[in-house]
Design a protein around this ligand. Structure first.
Ligand code: ADP
Length: 448
């Protein structure tokens, strides 16, 4: 087992990894920009290294700064958290070339899944159901028209290099297609430096269901059921729950086995998420994330496992500490993302947190790097906390969410907490009756 791990991230996820290290008796090294000298992850880790100025491109996204920090501190392994360098295959290669261990999958698997067309082709060949669409990139509008006619409108044009919901455009008819195609292309060029796009059938009312998998890197893998992440704004998740309100045990076992078998066959190592759109009882693969997800705690809650500990164990060469039969669902968990944002427009709202009080009690987990007197810097993501509740069933989890939202105090900056209060009162939310467009529709009315 490693003696010292460097965490190449900040905020709540850096704390999450520090906590796992502490429980495993591993020393932790935090890295931080000059804007984060007073951040909680710096205070909680055993050691810290300043790696650069505030912009992420010169600090948290700088491979050389991070590898140097490992060399200075003698850390043997790097946990990337999510975002930043977590899905950067050349960084992983560089880490390995320096004789360090990357806590995550092999560079080759990150590369395959980072290119959406290759990911889809690979998954289809491994028996995973995919959204109907083009086989590979679409070179021009004329080809796009031919494919769209075949699969039928509406269609969605997506960037091969896409991520974070950018570079996607829908077309409801041939007249829309030309402009959608060109816009998706130019957006993709600007956002990713790669203008390759592909076409998929646009699903009208799907849910976003994702399967958590875990591979041992030696040809064995398990699944840890699904998360329903359909409540989204601008393709960004807002609330996640596990198990999914519309997935039964048989469906879970079937799609879970397909995903676990697929990743086992490629020798995948560590945590990963296979994302699907789910409509009329059918699953359609959209992408695979080769890292720990923001919403991993709902899975941890219902299975009673520590996914970060497992990532560290597997990266050090140890076997998985659970087999498929050991993984039994207990109750229901819901996570809400607390962002420092001002409603109704969700404008980022950094600044001084005059007072922070985290909720507690049975079945409540608050993952946050906030503290009273902390100044949220304006340079990074607006996620400042995740409130995760666990109950015997969905109803109890919802009651617990409402109760714990009432205990939470973030004074000084605006947050998305009021949104969750409003959502709790909605019959569709209480009934688990929502698709990926529900929240946008609701926001257009409620916050008009
Ligand atoms: P990104 O990597 O940018 O997040 P994804 O492929 O994961 O892109 O898609 C993000 C979201 O976009 C999905 O959760 C869904 O809301 C929407 N979306 C993507 N593909 C389709 C599709 N074929 N039909 C309908 N909605 C889609």
């Amino acid at each position: 087992m490693f003696e010292k791990i460097l965490i190449a991230n900040r905020g709540e996820i850096a704390l999450r990894v520090v906590r796992a290290c502490q429980e495993m008796g591993i020393r932790s090294v935090a890295v931080h920009s000059t804007a984060d000298s007073d951040a909680m992850h710096v205070r909680m880790a055993d050691e810290s290294v300043c790696i650069g100025p505030p912009p992420s491109s010169e600090s948290y996204l700088s491979p050389l700064a991070i590898i140097s920090a490992c060399e200075i501190t003698g850390a043997e392994a790097i946990h990337p958290g999510y975002g930043f360098l977590s899905e950067n295959a050349s960084f992983v290669q560089m880490v390995e070339d320096h004789g360090l261990t990357f806590i995550g999958p092999r560079a080759e698997h990150i590369r395959i899944m980072g290119d959406k067309i290759t990911a889809k082709e690979t998954m289809r060949a491994l028996g995973v159901p995919c959204v109907p669409g083009s086989d590979g990139g679409v070179p021009d509008v004329e080809t796009a028209k031919v494919i769209a006619r075949e699969i039928g409108y509406p269609v969605i044009i997506k960037a091969t290099a896409g991520g974070g919901g950018r570079g996607m455009k829908t077309a409801r008819s041939e007249e829309d297609l030309e402009i959608a195609f060109r816009t998706a292309r130019s957006e993709a060029k600007v956002a990713f430096g790669n203008d390759e796009v592909y076409i998929e059938k646009y699903l009208e009312k799907p849910r976003h269901i994702e399967i958590q998998i875990f591979g041992d890197g030696k040809g064995q893998a398990v699944h840890l059921g699904e998360r329903d992440c359909s409540l989204q704004r601008r393709h960004q998740k807002v609330l996640e729950e596990a198990p999914g309100p519309v997935i039964d045990a048989e469906t879970r076992a079937r799609i879970g086995a397909i995903c676990a078998d697929a990743v086992a066959k490629i020798g995948y190592s560590g945590a990963g998420t296979v994302e699907f759109l789910y409509e009329n009882g059918e699953f359609f693969f959209i992408e695979m994330n080769t890292r720990l997800q923001v919403e991993h705690p709902v899975t941890e809650a219902i299975f009673g496992v520590d996914l970060v500990r497992e990532q560290i164990r597997v990266a050090s060469g140890m076997p998985l500490s659970f087999g498929q039969d050991d993984l039994v669902i207990n109750g229901h968990a819901i996570e809400v993302r607390i962002n420092a944002e001002r409603l109704p427009n969700f404008a980022p709202c950094p600044g001084l947190v005059k007072m922070f009080h985290a909720p507690g009690g049975l079945g409540v987990r608050m993952d946050s790097a906030l503290y009273s007197g902390y100044k949220i810097p304006p340079y990074y993501d607006s996620l400042v906390g995740k409130l995760i509740v666990h109950g015997r069933d969905r109803e109890e989890a919802l009651a617990r969410l409402r109760r714990s939202l009432g205990e939470l105090i973030v004074d000084g900056v605006d947050t998305t907490v009021p949104l969750f209060y409003d959502l709790m009162g909605e019959p569709d939310i209480q009934a688990g009756n929502y698709d990926i467009h529900w929240l946008e529709r609701w926001l257009a009315q409620a916050y008009a």
